[in-house]
Design a protein around this ligand. Structure first.
Ligand code: PMP
Length: 364
């Protein structure tokens, strides 16, 4: 295969080339069935094998305990912003930790179905810090506490999940792990429910992963659509309605690829090295800048700025010409953003740093 450009998109994001090649080879005929995976009945034997293996591989990769259900859904992260309160709020109060745009959106949407409160916020630092758990105002009546464990736009990541019990709360913790799932281990002892769109680190858009502790099922509000009732989805093995079959297949191939790489521990090791390479370079430079507090910095999404923003367009054009794609920052933050998901090799980060150095010299 010819070398592909390095794609720094925040999502939909680069997939491992090996996964795309396997899918290409199996496109017209999956394992002698004479059918593409997208042409198969979701109730047939072949797809049954694909989804069962995908779930088993994901469970083993992420060390998901037996008392959690794995649900393959649709609707994306924003869909879950409604689906979670419809299933878990019991119409009562829920507490949100605001750490950036995505948790803010979650809080706003939940307000349509529950009493959505703010337990903590980093808005005063423009979402560049992590609100310290000891300062969170969690109500005794909270049905759950929601946080976004990696803020894709602001580049802020919780490197440790809070222990709500130690904070005096029995509420389950809900995490939106869309943009760092499978980049590091998850401490399931601290989690009640985790959700994420697949399109950053697991596969293509269209698949939404939900991992939910069994005791949280069965409390959906009467207005909850049946196809979004976690109990119904779980009882039907994620096939109450037609699941996103091709996206599940590609995610399954990605899980196998992750296993071949050495699993989540190895991915975490690589992700730490990749992020350190870029942050260290930015921090040493007087030409570029990252504004997130060091202890809050995301390994996955690294927003950065040129000190002289009039050079942004030239920077992006030069990057594109070198095969460094999709580096433009989110419009709400501006500047640049490099997303370093699992499929980004360290060579891609080296190529980016080389280019940044070169560009700085040219502008001197
Ligand atoms: N949460 C996070 C952390 C995200 O990064 C995104 C998408 N960028 C979403 C939620 C929204 O996901 P979707 O577009 O799949 O609804």
């Amino acid at each position: 295969m010819t070398a592909r450009p390095y794609n720094f998109s925040a999502g939909p994001a680069a997939m491992p080339a090996e996964v795309l090649e396997i899918a290409a080879g199996e496109m017209l005929d999956w394992h002698g069935t004479g059918m593409s995976v997208m042409e198969m009945s979701h109730r047939g034997k072949a797809f049954g094998e694909i989804i069962a293996r995908a779930e088993a591989d994901l469970r083993s990769l992420l060390a998901i305990p037996a008392q959690f259900k794995v649900l393959f859904m649709q609707g994306g992260g924003l869909g879950e912003n409604a689906i979670v309160p419809l299933n878990l709020s019991r119409g009562g109060a829920v507490d949100f930790v605001i750490s950036g745009s995505w948790s803010q959106k979650s809080h706003k949407e939940a307000g349509r179905y529950a009493q959505a409160r703010v337990a903590a916020s980093n808005a005063d630092t423009k979402h560049t810090t992590l609100p310290a758990p000891a300062s969170w105002a969690i109500g005794g009546d909270a049905q759950y506490v929601h946080l976004c464990s990696n803020e894709t736009i602001h580049g802020v990541e919780f490197h440790e999940l809070p222990d709500l019990k130690a904070l005096g709360s029995d509420a389950p913790l809900v995490i939106d792990f869309s943009s760092h799932v499978a980049s590091r281990p998850v401490d399931w002892s601290r989690v009640g429910l985790a959700f994420g769109g697949a399109q950053k680190n697991l596969g293509p858009a269209g698949l939404t992963l939900v991992v939910v502790r069994e005791d949280l099922l069965g409390h959906a509000l009467p207005i909850c659509p049946s196809a979004f009732n976690y109990q119904t989805v779980a009882d039907n093995g994620s096939m109450y309605n037609t699941p996103p079959t091709y996206a599940i297949y590609l995610a399954g191939l990605t899980f196998q690829w992750l296993q071949r790489q050495g699993g989540i521990a190895e991915m975490e090791r690589r992700n730490i090295a990749k992020a350190a390479l870029l942050y260290d370079f930015i921090d040493r430079s007087a030409f570029y800048e990252n504004r997130v507090a060091p202890e809050a910095r995301s390994r996955m999404n690294i927003p950065f700025f040129l000190q002289d923003e009039s050079r942004n367009e030239a920077f992006l054009a030069g990057a594109q010409a070198r095969g460094l794609l999709q580096l433009k920052g989110h419009k709400s933050v501006g500047g640049m953003r490099a997303s370093l998901y699992n499929a980004m090799p360290i060579e891609g980060v080296r190529a980016l740093v080389d280019y940044m150095q070169q560009f700085e010299k040219e502008m001197a």
